[in-house]
Structures are given as structure tokens and as C-alpha cells.
Design a protein around this ligand. Sequence first.
Ligand SMILES: Cc1cc2nc3c(=O)[nH]c(=O)nc-3n(C[C@H](O)[C@H](O)[C@H](O)COP(=O)(O)OP(=O)(O)OC[C@H]3O[C@@H](n4cnc5c(N)ncnc54)[C@H](O)[C@@H]3O)c2cc1C
Length: 383
Amino acid sequence: MSSCAYQSPWMTDDVQLFRKTVRQFIQEEFVPHQDRWREQRRPDAEAWTAAGRAGILLTDVPEEYEGGGGSFAHEAIVLEELVHAGVQFGSSIQSIVGHYVLAYGSEQQKRTWLPRMARGELVGAIAMSEPAAGSDLQGIQTTARRDGDHYVMNGSKTFITNGGHASLVCLAAKTDPRVTGLKGISLIMVETKGLPGYRVGRSLEKVGMHAQDTCELFFDDVRVPVANLLGPAEGKGFSQMMDRLTYERLTVGVTAVAMAEHAVAVTTAYVKERTAFGKPLIDFQNTRFKLAECKTAAQVGRVFLDNCIARFMADGLDDVTAAMAKYWLTDWQCRIVDECMQLHGGYGYMTEYPIARMWTDSRVQRIYAGTNEIMKELIACAL
Ligand SMILES: Cc1cc2nc3c(=O)[nH]c(=O)nc-3n(C[C@H](O)[C@H](O)[C@H](O)COP(=O)(O)OP(=O)(O)OC[C@H]3O[C@@H](n4cnc5c(N)ncnc54)[C@H](O)[C@@H]3O)c2cc1C
């Protein structure tokens, strides 16, 4: 058999059809605004409700909560299409927050938040990281002190994706500051619209991902009902986060493979077009070998990712394998994108070329959702 074409086992006809819809929506509604979104450092607020109408939010949340009623395959499609179009839009964070509500929320909480999230009327953010606590989440200092039937919250969060537009924040806070370590942390849902004491800080200036909305958040005697606690009791936040991070890490892996494949595709087209020393770049053995290596690595990554997706869709993915996927796939994403940029020569460094943006956008994949060093710690702990 001569063809190396590979089809993901989760790519059913239904999912293929969904890809077409998503691609068309992104091309028509998001791509024309990309330059402006990059300049303003976030998508337009209206993009959220447009995405909701198009059915690309909470695609894998059950229909009874107005989600798409699909599977993780539908989420993967949205992520892949955003990568292929070079668009940053925090729909995966929306899904991550949605899945916190789905997994730990009461029926009342699910009915209150999920439909509005699916319609894009509420924009979700997950607020764990703080100026003094990123990898080491037990060091978080944001507090939620009980006062009657309310929590009074104080503290600050940083690097929060969707932070500027966020109207529903899943906040990690210490509900019991007397308990040191992980046990005193709880997750509390905060509806931010018009909320006294809540403030969004500056949009953070990043190396890449310029259209992604990344902000600091401040809580100054913010009061939310005790009913907004996620889960049956306080102190469960850390285990809830560790459990749900598996989903988040899988989404990062999907983006990593999609970008690696896309980098190889755009570079292959470029080296067939561009000439040097009287022949197309593809005719140099170095170019062919580098691209052969990149394509092979991308396909190895794809097969591993598909295995993770299949396991996740069957009965959940264990946290160690999710850590392997996050670390290995993003490391390879960065290597492949870097090689592909090199094959573009000077044009690869110009932001008008997609490979340049892929290069700057890739780097953070090794840092967020738990750094790759922390992933290795998790894997090593299970040896
Ligand atoms: C663009 C962007 C978007 C983000 N979005 C969000 C978001 O939506 N919500 C959110 O809560 N957070 C978000 N983050 C934060 C992100 O998750 C943290 O930056 C990350 O977890 C690392 O934490 P830190 O930056 O404090 O680095 P540190 O924890 O200070 O780490 C610094 C270095 O030390 C290493 N290190 C730390 N501990 C160990 C160890 N035990 N062993 C070996 N090495 C170690 C790290 O790997 C890293 O290389 C985002 C970050 C970025 C850059």
C-alpha cells in the first residue's frame, strides 16, 4: 500500500459534517476580524453569542443543558479548525468550565449556567493561577470566607484566559485558610456581571497568542452565595481540579497535533513554490529529510493522541497518560514548528506568514495547563 493517508478512528460521517459547518463559520465570522482581534488583544464580545448560535460552544455537553449533545470528537474538530484558520478563541476554556459544572454542579447549577454558556451569553474562565502560585497550587492565597449564606472573597488571579470577557469564573480559593496544603481549597462559581469588588486588570502582553484574552482578575470583598460552591462540601477543589485537568490536557494535545500537521502542510506547499540555486527548495535533500522527519513525528503524535481520545471517549483517560500526551505532543509541536519555520528562511520570521505565528503561538503550550516539567513529575510519580 503506497498511501500514508491516515484517518482518525473517531472521524465518523457525522463528525466530518460537523467539521464543514465549523470551518465555514470560522472562515466567515472569525477570520475576517483576526487582525483587529490581535490588535485589541481579545475577540469581539459578540463573537461569543455568534459562536453559540452556530453551535460550536459546549459541543460535548448533553442537549438537555442546551449543549451540542456530541462527544469529545466534536470538541476536537472545533480546536483543529481554529488552529487551521490561525484563530484564537477560548471555546475550549468555555468547555472546560462547562465540564466542571457538569461534573460537580448540582442540577440547579447545571440548569442555571450551562444553557447560557452554550448560547455564549456567559463566557467562562478558570481561575487557578496567582502571582505567587502557578505550578504549586497549594500556595494559592485567594480566600473565600463564609459570612452567613455568602462567601466573601479576596485575592487576585493572573494569566486568566478569557479573563476580559469572563462573566462566569470558576475560582479556586481557600475556604479554610487554617488548613495548610491542598485540603482547604474549594471551587466557587462567580457570576461577575455588575459584581461589586470584582475587577479585571490589564490585558497581559504576550509573546504570541495575541488574540487570546489573557488578564489579571482582582477580588476585593466580593460576595457570592454559598450555593455557588461546586460539589457537595468545601475542601474538594484540588481533587476536582486534578480530575478535570485531564480533559484540559487532552485539549492541549489536540491543538498540538493539529498545529504540527498544519505546519508540515503549509511548509510543504512553501518549499515546492520557493526556489534557490535554480531549483525548488523541496529538491534539496535536507528539505525533504527534515519534512519527512516532521511528517513522521506528527503522525506518531496523531496516533498516540487518537488512542488517548478513544480511551477518553470510552471510559475516561487516566491522569498519567493525559500528562504524557500534554508533555510529549507539545514538545514535538514546538520542535516541528521550529523546523518548519527554518525551512521558510527569512519569510518564516515575518508575521504575515502563518508559520511565524505558529512559532510564537506554540511556545506557551509547554507552559500552561501544567508545565511540561510538572507533567514529567506526574508521570514519574507513577513509575
Ligand atoms: C497564555 C497563558 C494562559 C494561561 N491561562 C490560564 C488560565 O486560564 N487559568 C489559570 O489558572 N492559569 C492559566 N495560566 C497559568 C499557567 O497554568 C501557569 O503559568 C503554569 O501552571 C506555570 O505556573 P507559573 O507561571 O507560576 O510558573 P512556576 O510555577 O513559577 O514555574 C517556573 C518554572 O519552574 C518549574 N517548576 C516548578 N515546580 C517544579 C517542580 N516541582 N519540578 C520541576 N520544575 C518545576 C516550572 O516547570 C517552570 O519551568 C496561563 C498561562 C499562560 C502563559
